[in-house]
Design a protein around this ligand. Structure first.
Ligand SMILES: *Cc1c(COP(=O)(O)O)cnc(C)c1O
Length: 376
């Protein structure tokens, strides 16, 4: 039997009846848009993450876009973020006419390097007078929290907002606190492959500030005012579907258990991989919990990565590279004027990293098989 990269079928078998019942309920009540499941999901996930409000929406990308719109980001603003992330993180900045300013990552966690963030904020203040430093987007790459105790004061002491891109890290904790409760706003994604995924696209914004909450709710539906056909500002069509909320409510019931299972899988990988020369398994600082959106291993060099991936491919074991090209080298950002060598850690990691199958239902036997193939 082949080993899937992410096993959503086995998960479905665990909760098939609950999912079908929840979807059936939506089909019966007929409130396909903003039905009762939406409020229920928002309340449940706000409670779980420890924030006062959660605003569901159509994707992780739209969660980020809505957040930046609520924070008033526009042309002339500089927003600091990592180049070692999915395109959406910086894309939303540019979509609003603002300028992404990249900051290199830490070589162990692959998250924003606070020292480089300090340097880049100072550099923009001193040398880019045409730009207004406006905010920081920290990403919890592969499900592991960024270093918020170092990043938050750097942002706030400079008068910048801190937005948490928790698209890969819903359920992760930083020193005992949910990552979705950190920063001024936190965003997650319910894309099927994320740790908590629906059966289509979906996302959510987590917030404690009432004013921002009101703005997000308005922006989600065309900048709606107090009356349905009052439009106070520009907005989007960015609602989550009731059916997707119904799926998420069913999946959320087993989510804490799945996080525990993910830790077992990650621990087992780390132990098995210690047998292989040249491979560095991921490491999570003491006191933090990753949700292992991806299990990414660093090879000695790009040659070893190619060899290992070829062996696994021959054995029909899927792998992936997250991410092969840092954002500062993407064609879409050519106008920002970055070049190869600008972010040495991100570029080095991109050339050596690869992901192994990772999901809560991965068996010890399958993990043994995977590592034996790597060794062979
Ligand atoms: C997946 C992802 C997003 C975007 O989420 P979508 O739901 O696919 O729009 C944003 N940021 C990061 C880091 C992601 O991994």
């Amino acid at each position: 039997m082949s080993i899937p990269f992410i096993d959503l079928k086995t998960q479905y078998r665990q909760i098939e009846n609950r999912i079908k019942d929840n979807i059936e309920t939506v089909l019966e009540h007929g409130a396909y848009v903003m039905g009762p499941e939406i409020g229920e999901l928002e309340t449940r996930l706000a409670e779980y993450t420890g924030v006062s409000r959660a605003v569901s929406c159509s994707s992780g990308t739209d969660a980020l876009l809505m957040s930046l719109m609520a924070l008033g980001v526009g042309p002339g603003d500089a927003v600091f973020t990592t180049p070692f992330t999915f395109i959406a993180t910086a894309e939303v900045v540019a979509l609003l006419g603002a300028t992404p300013i990249f900051v290199d990552v830490d070589p162990v966690t692959y998250n924003l390097d606070a020292d480089d963030l300090r340097r880049k904020i100072r550099h923009v203040k001193e040398n880019r007078k045409e730009l207004t430093p406006k905010g920081v987007i920290a990403v919890d790459i592969f499900g592991q929290p960024a270093d918020y105790d170092a990043i938050e004061p750097l942002a706030h002491n400079s008068g910048l907002f801190l937005l948490v891109d928790a698209a890969q890290s819903f359920g992760a904790t930083y020193k005992g606190r949910s990552v979705c409760s950190l920063g001024d706003l936190a965003c997650t994604s319910f894309f099927p492959a994320k740790p908590l995924g629906c059966y289509g696209d979906g996302g959510m914004v987590f917030v404690n500030n009432e004013e921002l909450h009101k703005l997000l709710v308005s922006i989600r539906v065309h900048g709606m005012g107090s009356h349905k056909y009052d439009n106070d500002r520009l907005g989007l069509t960015a609602r989550l579907d009731s059916i997707q909320a119904a799926v998420l409510l069913a999946k959320f019931e087993i989510f804490p258990d799945e996080i525990a299972k993910r830790q077992e899988v990650a621990n087992r990988y780390a132990e098995l991989l210690s047998r292989v020369d040249g491979l560095t398994p991921p490491s999570v600082p003491e006191g933090n919990v990753s949700v292992w959106a991806q299990y990414c291993v660093l090879a000695r060099d790009s040659e070893q990565r190619a060899e290992v991936m070829a062996k696994l491919s021959e054995a029909s074991i899927p792998t992936g590279i997250y991410y092969p090209k840092p954002l500062h080298l993407q064609k879409t950002f050519a106008s920002l004027g970055y070049k190869e060598g600008d972010f040495p850690v991100s570029e080095d990691v991109a050339s050596r990293i690869f992901a192994l199958p990772m999901h809560p239902y991965l068996t010890a036997e399958d993990q043994e098989t995977i590592v034996k193939v790597i060794e062979g």
